[in-house]
Design a protein around this ligand. Structure first.
Ligand SMILES: C[S@@+](CC[C@H](N)C(=O)[O-])C[C@H]1O[C@@H](n2cnc3c(N)ncnc32)[C@H](O)[C@@H]1O
Ligand SMILES: [Zn+2]
Length: 549
């Protein structure tokens, strides 16, 4: 079939969907999720990934809270005068990469106060599917299907009067190519909801690819999933800054095989100047994994106002003061400011709990968001308990034991939602290694400390008195309350799905896709094993009621 024949046939198909009054369900597979029922012509024509229901549920919960009570950093008066605030009641949403239209239809049916939702996909089969599903769900008054390139539709709507209140980007792999358009076509105070599934790149496999896409160097470190979030946020901020805009993250999550961030975008060239202080480079010791942040810039207050200068560094000596190793990896820049707005999250959780029957994944949402609420806000990245102990070749302390030791030493500690064995703290790395040294002396492993880096670490004197006595704050509330904090994913269906196939595939394309598919399958199986391993670290321990106040 030639291209022109295909396009004539597609146009006929488009017209035929447009003229239909109702949809005959018989030739389709119907999938119900939330309040929407979507029809798929075959399992492969249009993209649908059932394991992304959590992503969609969460987006609905966040969008609902945003529509009800958008956090404001500007005065109400200023917002009211803004030329971007139209008189139309309700908020406008663009789902720029919509596939079947499921997410957009769920927005229309489940989020009150929406004036319009544009469900866009450049793929013709997807566009047909959106049209069909919009009709089938009777949301034509709110959802409009469009068949354009995602960036193009955003650029077309970047003038003040046309900007969207919220934009959802849920691409295959990276969202990087869409960021420039997205930061320009969202209103002042508007919401960007962005997914990236290229976790390998964001987590240190292919630093050059990460730099090319996101303008930052990633690293394979224990806290790489939090670093992935911070690299993405840094990238959105940098795109926004070019247009006198800046971001305020409301919620930043690493989930299963992807990251999902919800950020507000504001316009203020004065605040944009602060960005240089919200970004940091990270130095990671190649011997013991200790990490140090170096802000990209510093703000000083002078008698004549504020001054921004490059920060003075590096923050470490050439030789690691802990293990004596003399090489540090430098990564970043990362977003080193807050990842979340906890007041906003608190309200979102409250709403999810009140309406839990509306979401299939409410238990997981509440569990994960409670861990987020417990996260220490101002201390980027973290140690992993099993990595600390493997460097000294000793058994790992339980999370309660090591958390107690940190608290007994006078420092704060929390989990990160990105790992059940995370140890996030405000203590300097020296204190963590004092604790691990004391632990290794109490429970030496079979291996002696003759090799580096354990040799140097164990030869040092501790600067603090270490106590593993159970501290009353060691057990996180989310665990005492038995919340579903870290979910082990079922192996089948788990992972990013392949792109939808179209009716004009050639053999070469098919081969590439099947190669990609088996690669993804391998990766998903690997990730699943890793996840189960991580989970065993903590969630399977008995919770002792005496540890819970
Ligand atoms: C991962 S799927 C979206 C899934 C959907 N958001 C959901 O929740 O079910 C990505 C979609 O983006 C579409 N797409 C890819 N590149 C695009 C572009 N440049 N412009 C518009 N659509 C695009 C694909 O056709 C595909 O349907
Ligand atoms: Zn070191």
């Amino acid at each position: 079939m030639t291209e022109s024949v295909i396009s004539v046939e597609r146009n006929k198909e488009l017209e035929s969907v447009d003229n239909l009054i109702y949809i005959d369900k018989t030739p389709f597979t119907a999938v119900t999720e939330g309040k929407a029922e979507v029809l798929f012509p075959s399992s492969h024509d249009v993209f649908y990934n059932p394991v992304q229901e959590f992503n969609r549920d969460l987006s609905i919960a966040v969008l609902k809270q945003f529509a009800r009570d958008p956090p404001k950093t500007k005065s109400k008066a200023k917002l009211a005068n803004s030329s971007e605030n139209s008189d139309t009641p309700g908020i406008s949403v663009l789902e720029a990469l919509s596939a079947s239209g499921l997410r957009a239809i769920r927005f229309a049916k489940e989020v009150p106060n929406l004036s319009k939702v544009i469900a866009n996909d450049r793929d013709t089969q997807a566009y047909l599917s959106i049209q069909r599903n919009v009709k089938h769900n009777k949301v034509e008054n709110i959802v409009q299907a469009t068949n354009e390139d995602a960036s193009l539709i955003m650029y077309k709507n970047r003038s003040y009067k046309d900007r969207f209140d919220a934009i959802d980007l849920d691409p295959y792999g990276t969202a990087a190519p869409f960021l420039d358009a997205a930061v320009q076509s969202v209103k002042d105070g508007g919401l960007l909801m962005i997914t990236c599934t290229d976790m390998a790149i964001l987590c240190g496999n292919g630093v050059e690819a990460c730099h090319a896409k996101y303008g930052a160097v990633s690293a394979k470190i224990g806290s790489c999933h939090e670093m992935a979030l911070r690299i993405l946020l840094q990238s959105i901020e940098s795109h926004a800054n070019r247009y006198g805009r800046y971001i305020v993250p409301l919620l930043s999550l690493s989930v299963d095989f992807y990251v999902r961030v919800f950020v507000q975008v504001f316009t203020s060239p004065a605040t944009v100047k602060e960005s240089i202080c919200k970004l940091s480079m990270v130095f990671v010791c190649s011997g013991c994994g200790s990490f140090y942040l170096q802000p990209v810039g510093t703000k000083t207050i002078t008698p004549h106002g504020q001054k921004y200068t490059p920060s003075v560094g590096p923050p470490i000596d050439r030789k690691c003061s802990i293990c004596g190793h003399s090489s540090f990896k430098m990564c970043g820049p990362i977003w080193s400011h807050k990842l979340h707005d906890k007041v906003f999250i608190q309200k979102t959780v409250q709403h999810i709990e009140e309406e839990s029957s509306l979401y299939n994944t409410s238990k997981r949402m509440v569990g994960m968001l409670n861990v987020v609420l417990e996260e220490l806000e101002d201390f980027p990245l973290f140690h992993r308990i099993e990595q600390l102990s493997s460097i000294l070749h000793v058994k790992a302390p339980s999370s309660n034991e090591i958390r107690s030791a940190v608290l007994n030493a006078g420092y704060q500690v929390s989990l990160s939602h990105t790992s059940p064995t995370s140890l996030k703290t405000d203590s300097p790395p020296e204190v963590i290694w004092d604790i691990m040294r004391a632990w290794a002396n109490m429970y030496p492993g079979k291996k002696t400390f003759e090799l580096e880096p354990s040799k140097t670490i164990m030869s040092k004197e501790s600067s603090i008195e270490v106590s593993f006595k159970l501290h009353p704050d060691a057990e996180p509330k989310s665990r005492c309350n038995n919340l579903l904090r870290f979910q082990i994913n079922p192996a089948p269906n788990w992972g990013p799905k392949c792109r939808a196939t179209t009716s004009v595939n050639n053999d070469k394309l098919e081969k590439t896709r099947s190669k990609q598919k088996s690669k993804r399958k391998e990766k998903a199986e690997e990730n699943h094993k890793e996840n189960v391993k991580r989970m065993k670290g903590e969630e399977n321990d008995e919770i002792s009621s005496e540890n819970c106040k």
